[in-house]
Write a protein that binds this ligand. Structure first.
Ligand SMILES: Nc1ncnc2c1ncn2[C@@H]1O[C@H](COP(=O)(O)OP(=O)(O)OP(=O)(O)O)[C@@H](O)[C@H]1O
Ligand SMILES: Cc1ncc(C[n+]2csc(CCOP(=O)(O)O)c2C)c(N)n1
Ligand SMILES: [Mg+2]
Length: 327
């Protein structure tokens, strides 16, 4: 018997992907969100993400944070398309024995983040479930002239950039699980991540972005999708990835800090391959426009398909490309 885990998450998605193109579906399965292209000036961007107790959050996580990070997971996919979020639908699986305040606080969490981006609840579904399950569908708009995909033409010497933290969420989860003291910045990214909607809009309008995605599955998956699948390789600079706090948590938990960066995921930042010419001005504008969010050049595109990490001591290390593995 062939089990689902034998083909893996992405093998499964490939197996259900329709072959034929459909009218008005500009971008279908395979990207952060789908783009539906009706008449008029704007495309409609649709994304859906499900979060499950035990898989995405611990049973004792504050319900407000559960709602907040569920909303972020969805907003982040809209950000990756350079789009403006607008309406959301929530399907909730909930145990009827739960305190009413628990469910209410999940919705307060949704709304607290959604309202910062003018995004409104427009419907959903409720079912009985032992474990809490949250599925959000988020709909946004984007100008027809802005279509940012994972698949696209990139060139040697293009830059690989990252917006937002890298590896903090995975390390933050370790802080919570191991009850380490301090490291509030890491825990904050796990519980209350920030969706890069503003950066997505600026990058989208800049016309410098060749391909982009969010880093919900970690940097390795971004590099695989944006670089390798587009026929190139990259040299990544450890200088842009290194972080003392990650290193400390890695030491406490007997791991390499790069494991959080490459395979951690759920930081909900953006990773893009971008044209070199004009990037300096853009990065200045981005830094000025984004509150407390770092924009970093983390690598450069190369002709051969290898992914090489240039370590702090200038030695070179080949990176494998797994990303966060669900099953
Ligand atoms: N069960 C499914 N049925 C149909 N399409 C799916 C299914 N699961 C995923 N997809 C599609 O496959 C593509 C990749 O999905 P995936 O969940 O890996 O990306 P994502 O939502 O950007 O990442 P993340 O879930 O980590 O935020 C998307 O186009 C998504 O709509
Ligand atoms: C309790 C607990 N254990 C592990 C993790 C880490 N985690 C779960 S799914 C995922 C990738 C994105 O998933 P998806 O593709 O479904 O969006 C990551 C990094 C967590 N958040 N909570
Ligand atoms: Mg998904």
């Amino acid at each position: 018997m062939l089990k689902i885990k034998d083909i893996g998450e992405f093998g499964f998605i490939d197996s259900i992907k329709p072959e034929e193109t459909v009218e008005d579906l500009k971008v279908g399965i395979g990207d952060d969100a789908a783009i539906i292209s009706p008449y008029g000036e704007f495309d409609i961007v649709v994304t859906t993400d499900m979060l499950v107790e035990g898989t995405h959050f611990l049973a004792d996580t504050d319900p407000f944070a559960i709602g907040y990070r569920s909303m972020c997971a969805n907003l982040s996919d809209i950000a990756a398309m350079g789009a403006i979020p607008k309406f959301y639908f929530v399907s909730l699986g909930i145990n009827p024995e739960r305190d009413f305040n628990y469910a209410r606080d999940i919705y307060k969490g949704f709304n607290s983040l959604a309202e910062q981006f003018n995004t409104h609840l427009a419907g959903g579904d409720t079912v009985k479930s032992d474990k809490t399950i949250i599925s959000i569908t988020l709909i946004g708009y984007v100008e027809k002239s802005i279509t940012i995909e994972r698949k696209g033409k990139i060139e040697a010497k293009d830059l690989v950039i990252s917006v937002g933290p890298l590896g903090y969420s995975g390390a933050g989860l370790e802080v919570i699980k191991n009850k380490f003291d301090g490291f509030d910045e890491l825990v904050k990214v796990f519980l209350y991540p920030y969706p890069q909607i503003i950066a997505g809009r600026i990058l989208g309008q800049s016309k410098l972005v060749r391909v982009m995605m969010d880093n919900s599955d970690g940097l390795a998956s971004c590099i695989e999708n944006l670089v390798v699948k587009n026929g190139f390789g990259a040299i990544l600079f450890e200088e842009g990835l290194f972080d003392e706090r990650l290193k400390a948590i890695a030491e406490f938990t007997n791991r390499n800090y790069l494991d959080f960066v490459f395979n951690g995921g759920e930081d909900f930042g953006l990773v893009a391959v971008i044209k070199k010419d004009g990037f300096l001005d853009l990065s200045y504008f981005l830094e000025k426009s984004l509150f407390n969010n770092s924009v970093k050049v983390i690598g450069e595109i190369t002709q051969n398909k290898e992914i090489i990490l240039k370590r702090l001591d200038n030695s070179l290390l080949e990176i494998n490309k797994s990303g966060y593995v669900q099953f």
